[in-house]
Design a binder for this molecule. Structure first.
Ligand code: ADP
Ligand code: MG
Length: 319
């Protein structure tokens, strides 16, 4: 199969009615309409074999995850998805792999009425790079620098199961089969919180998606907003598999697990009911985990308010 046959077979689909795409795959550029009065929101995320996923990972799960991590960034900005492009390096044109990958990718794209608008395809070590385009009214963006002293800090869904699943699959930790299933599902099939991000427009101040671990990601909000925070390690919503582990592991993986793709956001206490309503409307639970203070840095306390000595071990590719 040559490059163009591959693109035609796996990555070219008829344009969607009523979408934003004027011209899709097959020309020098894609042409995308931006809703009147809105601003483009753009984000890129790359998945590299051996770095972000094991060799031999199910291609359908990879297709899902490659797009999910990008959608998660739009969610954390409160943006509406418009389309995405796909840059793919493949060691070979393996029909099985491509079929599975395209299935996972387009199932999630369709769930968000999102079109693949173009990309690039080359031979090379397996590398999947997606750029996603969304839009939002310029003042509605949930920016990292918008947290205010006194805000509540919230997190969506649950934390820590993806890390637990990863360590179980790596053979570092023994997990019962009934727990391995939900934990590896969290690792391989994160659900981007697009609906919640949209519902939080005008309610939340700052937001970030939790990809590298809650502590490290929340620290980005704090640094950019020039504020501090206190969070309760024992108020953190642990995933199903992590809930069955001992308290030290629960705290560590909820705080520093990574790959959660939940939203961490801040909102004025007066908005607490509106936050709960936004969560209910988008079918995801939210938990209040702490508050923003006029200080420097992040303090973690236990259920009794006693400080815990837990450091952020945020994931860093070069450290
Ligand atoms: P160019 O020579 O301008 O780089 P290409 O030959 O790489 O164009 O790509 C031809 C068309 O196919 C372009 O419209 C491009 O956006 C699209 N395309 C290439 N690879 C992919 C892919 N993996 N997914 C979607 N569209 C792709
Ligand atoms: Mg090209």
């Amino acid at each position: 199969m040559n490059e163009f046959a591959l693109i035609a077979q796996y990555f070219t689909r008829p344009p969607r009615d009523g979408g934003h795409l004027r011209l899709g795959v097959g020309d020098d550029c894609a042409l995308l309409d931006i809703p009147a009065g809105e601003t483009l929101a753009i984000s890129t995320d790359m998945l590299v074999e051996g770095r972000h996923f094991f060799e031999g990972t199910d291609p359908e799960a990879l297709g899902h995850k490659a797009l999910a991590v990008n959608l998660s960034d739009l969610a954390a900005m409160g943006a509406t998805p418009l389309g995405f492009s796909l840059a793919l390096a493949l060691p070979s044109a393996d029909a099985n792999w491509l079929g599975g990958f395209a299935r996972g990718l387009f199932a999630l794209a369709d769930a968000h009425q999102l079109q693949l608008i173009g990309g690039d395809t080359t031979k090379g070590p397996l590398n999947i790079c997606i750029t996603i385009y969304g839009s939002l009214p310029p003042h509605a963006a949930l920016r990292r620098d918008a947290a205010r002293v006194g805000d509540d800090i919230w997190v969506s869904g649950t934390l820590g199961d993806a890390r637990l699943g990863l360590e179980a699959l790596q053979g570092k930790r023994l997990l019962d089969r009934t727990l391995l299933r939900p934990a590896s599902a969290r690792l391989h099939r994160p659900e981007p919180r697009i609906g919640l991000g949209l519902a939080l427009r005008g309610i939340a101040h700052a937001a970030i998606d939790v990809s590298d671990g809650l502590m490290g990601d929340l620290a980005h909000i704090l640094a950019r907003s020039r504020v501090g925070a206190v969070i309760d390690a024992d108020a953190l919503p642990c995933g199903e598999a992590l809930s069955a582990q001992d308290i030290n592991l629960r705290r560590e993986f909820a705080l520093n697990g990574g790959d959660d793709y939940e939203l961490c956001f801040t909102a004025a206490p007066a908005q607490a009911a509106a936050v709960q309503a936004a969560a209910q409307g988008s079918g995801v639970r939210v938990t209040r985990i702490g508050h923003v203070v006029d200080a420097h840095g992040l303090q973690v306390v236990d259920a009794d308010g006693r400080p815990l000595a837990i450091a952020a071990h945020s994931f860093d590719h070069f450290n």
